[in-house]
Design a protein around this ligand. Structure first.
Ligand SMILES: [Zn+2]
Length: 137
């Protein structure tokens, strides 16, 4: 079995990774702007308020953009895989993986849900929502 690379927590991202280890998706939220942002930083990138907090994410979003990777940039990734930008709540987007066995089915705008069943169980990945809930445009 190949050992996958893991993300390094920073003082700002440590709560995100702690929640992820509990299979909870959280997001930075600025009460002043009423908006989220990512990645976490000292202050809100919109108003520079430093008093932002972490709140739960719905874990439901849509694919903003994606690419298919057939040659991993470093050892430890099982190819092929889909890398996507997933839009979640306003201001909160993640660069993540979309687990999909049939790449030809993945489309920009597809609804996705967070999933913790990837090869790295403490890393949020996404699966496309059921066909019944999928957008048609
Ligand atoms: Zn703000």
């Amino acid at each position: 079995m190949t050992q996958s690379p893991s993300a390094a927590a920073t003082v700002f991202s440590q709560p995100f990774w702690q929640a992820a280890s509990e299979q909870r998706l959280i997001r930075p939220w600025c009460a002043h702007c009423q908006i989220s942002f990512f990645p976490p930083a000292l202050c809100c990138p919109h108003c520079l308020e430093t008093g932002w907090t972490w709140i739960d994410s719905s874990g439901i979003g849509s694919i903003y953009s994606f690419t298919r990777v057939f040659r991993a940039p470093v050892a430890g990734f099982e190819t092929p895989y889909v890398v996507a930008i997933v839009d979640l709540e306003p201001g909160f987007s993640l660069i993540t993986n979309v687990l999909e066995s049939n790449f030809d089915q993945v489309r920009i705008g597809d609804e996705v849900e967070v999933d913790w069943a990837g090869s790295m169980r403490d890393l949020p990945v996404f699966r496309r929502a059921s066909a019944a809930g999928r957008r048609t445009s």
